[in-house]
Design a protein around this ligand. Structure first.
Ligand code: NAD
Length: 467
């Protein structure tokens, strides 16, 4: 009897994989979470969720740990960062490594699901945080892997399965991550396909996901159009939308620290985070010293009005950022302007009027407009206007508690960072947990497992009162 050599088996498997990849097709019955069509993806997630219901809280904790371990390993965090920059053409590898690790390690897990209880003569009543079922999550190009890690941990911790609809420009890296998550979950004993997506993400597929009856909740992390779409879906939805975070600097601020923090925050991942400093409103008596200190920390000041106008025309059009420039390295902007900047430059700054695109437009580029204002009141008033009612993030550098309080009350943002870089507000160098889905419009704020859960009440009558 002839035997088949291991080499032959390996070759046959490789050929089949090559054929499937070559055709850009996913197998009809996937176990790695990637499906040919949205219907198959949602049905697989629904089946997985029903099996997941039989798992214990200890099981959930183990599965979450498996995701944390895979996404926080040096090798994987670095791979994701490099592959994302390569595929999307945006951001900075070293910052993305940090963002992936923070998402893996600082997103809350099952401990985020406290039970409420009432006990008395009539018995014991509890409210427990229970899953929705299958959640449809739409993720952005700006934080593609961070959002998948963060949402997977939070949604699975609350007992759900999740169907991701990634941005088409981040398909490859999202597929890589979803495959890895499925492999880690099944190795830890979880049902297959708790985290799924489709082979070819598209607006049509996202619409199919939103309409699928088995999808019980929608979570959109992205710009205004997708937030509006989920809020119009007729389903329970969380909308984490755009921001345009202003920074106010008053005459009481520690300018050395403020300058360093603003440059660090505004240049972090080339300004891609929705939370990153997007414009500065500074009282006139501090502007010169603030800029001087910023230059020491990696900022380059553009002073030539013609160059400022050229850059503005290049990066913003009709109130929107020009996509091909979003998240690019500072050197590319300077090259295009024919400017040679000092080595280590991370951010372009320019003094501009309040109406300028460097202030009004959510550029998501390492370019920061600075507006000179008369006093703190004017700075706060203009910061509120520049934030455009997004209620997302604002930053203030001040030692005046009354001014900080006034700004916080007026601007009503979900995140308000006092005397630190913007990323302190998402748990990077600041206290508190991490999230990459900040839901201003729908009010959940910094989302975590408890936001992906339903409040369910059980009343046990006439017993279990031991007082
Ligand atoms: P985007 O709005 O272009 O895309 C976000 C996601 O929505 C993508 O998956 C995209 O394919 C999908 N999408 C967009 N419009 C759609 C439509 N009409 N129908 C179906 N799907 C649609 O945003 P982006 O460029 O990927 O990300 C940047 C934007 O997201 C910025 O405005 C930023 O402020 C915001 N953002 C917000 C948060 C937050 O937590 N609030 C986090 C990250 C990014």
């Amino acid at each position: 009897m002839s035997t088949i050599s291991p080499d032959l088996v390996r070759k046959v498997i490789q050929d089949v994989i090559q054929e499937v990849i070559g055709k850009g097709q996913a197998p009809a019955v996937a176990t790695d979470g990637i499906f040919e069509d949205m219907d198959a993806a949602v049905n697989a997630a629904d089946k997985a969720w029903r099996q997941y219901m039989d798992c214990s809280m200890a099981d959930r904790a183990r599965f979450i740990q498996a995701i944390r371990d895979l996404a926080s390993s040096d090798e994987n965090a670095e791979y994701m960062a490099k592959a994302t920059v390569e595929e999307t053409g945006m951001g900075r590898v070293e910052d993305k490594i940090l963002k992936n690790k923070i998402a893996a390690l600082q997103t809350p897990g099952i401990e985020d699901l406290p039970t409420e209880a009432w006990s008395g003569d009539e018995g014991l009543t509890t409210i427990e945080l229970s899953p929705f079922g299958v959640i449809g999550a739409i993720t952005p190009t700006t934080n593609p892997t961070e959002t998948v890690i963060n949402n997977s941990i939070g949604m699975l911790a609350a007992g759900n399965a999740v169907v991701f609809s990634p941005h088409p420009r981040a398909t490859k890296i999202t597929h890589w991550l979803i495959r890895k998550i499925n492999a880690a979950l099944t190795a830890a004993g979880a049902p297959a396909n708790l985290v799924v997506t489709v082979a070819k993400p598209s607006i049509d597929n996202t619409n199919a996901m939103m309409e699928h009856p088995a999808v019980r909740m929608l979570v959109a992390t992205g710009g205004p159009s997708i937030v509006k779409a989920v809020l119009s879906s007729g389903k329970k939805a969380i909308g984490a939308g755009a921001g345009n975070p202003p920074v106010v600097v008053d005459q009481t601020a520690d300018l050395v620290r403020a300058a360093r923090d603003i440059v660090d925050g505004a240049s972090f991942d080339n300004n891609l985070p929705c939370t990153a400093e997007k414009e500065v409103l500074a009282v006139e008596c501090v502007v010169d010293l603030l800029k001087f200190e910023m230059l020491k920390n990696g900022a380059f000041e553009l002073k030539d009005q013609a160059k400022i106008a050229e850059l503005a025309a290049m990066v913003a059009k009709d109130g929107h950022a020009v996509t091909k420039w979003v998240g690019k390295d500072v050197a590319q902007f300077l090259d295009a302007l024919g400017i040679e900047a000092p080595k280590g430059t991370r951010l372009i700054i320019a003094e501009v009027p309040f109406e300028h695109p460097f202030v009004q437009t959510e550029l998501m580029m390492p370019i920061l407009g600075i507006v000179r204002v008369k006093n703190t009141d004017e700075a706060i008033e203009l910061a509120v206007k520049a934030e455009h009612g997004n209620r997302h993030t604002a930053i203030m550098h001040s030692a005046d508690v009354n001014a900080l309080t006034k700004m916080a009350k007026r601007i009503q943002t979900t995140i308000f960072v006092k005397n630190g870089p913007s990323y302190a507000g998402i748990g990077i160098g600041g206290e508190g947990f991490n999230t990459f889905t900040i839901a201003g419009p729908t009010g959940e704020g910094l989302t975590s497992a408890r936001c992906y859960a339903r409040r369910r009440r059980c009343a046990l009558v006439g017993g279990m009162n031991v007082r």
